[in-house]
Ligand binder design. Structure first.
Ligand SMILES: [Zn+2]
Length: 82
């Protein structure tokens, strides 16, 4: 696995590899640490699909919880109508 990159100047973890500068001390980082636009768009696509999966999982949980609230809503409507 890739070991985390650290700034050669201040030793801060390089978390955002879209920019060729340390986020802590703004020292220049080796050019090959910086991701290309192609790599960034790939990462963005992976991130998006992960979020979509998460959203789908969350909506599934919502559906499981929903019957309770709909039952109370239908109860109220049946009592008001003759
Ligand atoms: Zn630094």
């Amino acid at each position: 696995m890739d070991s985390p990159l650290r700034c050669p100047q201040c030793g801060a973890l390089v978390v955002d590899r879209r920019f060729a500068a340390c986020t802590s001390c703004h020292a220049e980082l080796p050019v090959d640490w910086v991701l290309s636009e192609e790599q960034i768009s790939k990462l963005a696509a992976i991130d998006q699909s992960a979020r979509a999966e998460h959203a789908a999982a969350m909506s599934e949980m919502d559906e499981e919880n929903e019957p309770d609230s709909t039952v109370t809503l239908t109860d109220e409507s049946t009592t008001s109508s003759p």
